[in-house]
Ligand binder design. Structure first.
Ligand SMILES: Cc1cc2nc3c(=O)[nH]c(=O)nc-3n(C[C@H](O)[C@H](O)[C@H](O)COP(=O)(O)OP(=O)(O)OC[C@H]3O[C@@H](n4cnc5c(N)ncnc54)[C@H](O)[C@@H]3O)c2cc1C
Length: 384
């Protein structure tokens, strides 16, 4: 089976590798360079806390506990130094402690291994932290973070070894159609590439790719700020992921720390959300004193692709041949989507867990008038 995958981020790299490994002939087309989209500026955290405290639709809830075991298998399958199972320490603002404990207790009843710790427990286990005596913490030992660009490199090296074709600087600009069916892609330079199936794994660009086939798929674009510090002495900073009320911090492969700044509620002047990267590092240094005086190496805004109501996985019945995989959490979910796409496209299965993620859900909803400024004009026109 000949398959085109559009987008060499985390999602597209997993899918291209898995399909090639299971016998398909895959061409992976990437407009820029591999892992330079959202996957480059992701916090890339793998945690079951607090994710498994949420109520999810049954399909995703059934798949979620498979994410960590699948990463353990991938480490053995691919080799390389891209997975860091160094645990996560989480704590809440004083007025959030009760809800933090409630989340932890829900996770415990759902089989997540967690410990609830006090400040002395934390001091004895994790050095380099300035914390209050009355803080309460949740520690998840079996969690960690992924060096996403390194994993994408590893996946693509294996993909190419297996005979897969990776083409960077190759933008998909059009689709080839045979009747309604998508039977290939046309690149910006006009090259026509035929295929039995085309997969839209373009992340934040996913709506644009869908639109090339006349398909309207909504994807909310939610920016997030990442700040990367200059190198720090590894002996003086925690190796675990730190999940505080306003920021997440983890080590970064360049030897500094990666900070995902969540900020606080927006105000008329943007409040803390308008802070400079230097001021953010200074704020984190109140808890991790080794960061005092450490410079900012880089700051980037990553754009999260978040389809309303959860991931989009599947094809629309009226555009067969074009399969979409657009998902937030695409670092953690990448290998899971890849396995399920292989089962659907190569084995002809319809995976029950994906039922609520099908793209036709958007066409089954009645649009609400008044959502957009021009809806009234449209309503007026329809009455003429
Ligand atoms: C601040 C932040 C924190 C995050 N934290 C986490 C986390 O802790 N855990 C987690 O799992 N996820 C996290 N995410 C989300 C995660 O990073 C994304 O879901 C994931 O990176 C999306 O991967 P992707 O492959 O779908 O998209 P991308 O990595 O953006 O890849 C899409 C690719 O498609 C290419 N493309 C676009 N148009 C075309 C075209 N016409 N032709 C060819 N190629 C095209 C682009 O160039 C790009 O390389 C976070 C995101 C952000 C921003």
């Amino acid at each position: 089976m000949k398959i085109i995958v559009i987008g060499a981020g985390s999602v597209g790299a997993h899918i291209a590798y898995r399909l090639q490994e299971q016998g398909a002939s895959v061409q992976l087309l990437e407009a820029g360079s591999r892992a330079r989209g959202t996957s480059r500026s992701s916090f890339a955290w793998l945690s079951s806390f607090p994710q498994r405290a949420w109520d999810e639709e049954p399909g995703r809830a059934a798949l979620r506990p498979t994410v960590h075991p699948r990463f353990h298998e991938l480490v053995d399958e691919l080799g390389g130094d891209w997975m860091h199972w160094n645990g996560t320490l989480a704590w809440g603002a004083p007025d959030e402690r009760a809800s933090l404990r409630e989340l932890a207790e829900t996770c415990l009843t759902r089989g997540v291994t967690l410990e609830i710790l006090n400040a002395d427990d934390v001091r004895s286990r994790i050095g380099g932290l300035e914390i209050a005596d009355d803080d309460e913490f949740v520690y998840e030992a079996g969690s960690g973070w992924v060096d996403a660009p390194a994993l994408v490199d590893r996946l693509l090296a294996r993909f190419v070894e297996l005979g897969g074709i990776l083409r960077e600087q190759t933008t998909v600009a059009e689709f080839i159609r045979t009747g309604d069916t998508v039977t290939g892609a046309v690149t910006a330079s006009g090259e026509q590439i035929e295929a039995d199936a085309v997969i839209n794994a373009a992340g934040s660009w996913g709506s644009h790719i869908a639109a090339l086939a006349g398909v309207a798929l909504p994807v909310n674009l939610v920016p997030g700020l990442m700040v990367y510090t200059d190198p720090v002495d590894p002996a003086l900073v925690p190796r675990s992921v730190m999940n505080s009320p306003t920021w997440l911090v983890r080590p970064h492969p360049t030897g500094g720390l990666a900070i995902h700044w969540r900020g606080s509620a927006m105000t008329a002047t943007h409040g803390a959300n308008g802070w400079s990267p230097e001021r953010i590092v200074a704020d984190v240094a109140k808890t991790i004193p080794a960061l005092n005086g450490v410079g900012v190496a880089d700051a980037r805004i990553g754009i999260r692709p978040i389809p309303p109501g959860g991931p989009i996985v599947g094809a629309l019945p009226w555009t067969p041949g074009l399969y979409h995989v657009l998902s937030h959490g695409g670092i953690g979910w990448g290998p899971i989507w890849a396995d399920l796409v292989a089962r659907e496209l190569l084995d002809g299965e319809s995976v029950a867990e994906l039922t609520a993620m099908r793209p036709n859900r958007f066409y089954l909803q009645t649009p609400e008038l008044g959502r957009f400024a021009d809806d009234f004009e449209q309503a007026g026109l329809s009455r003429l």
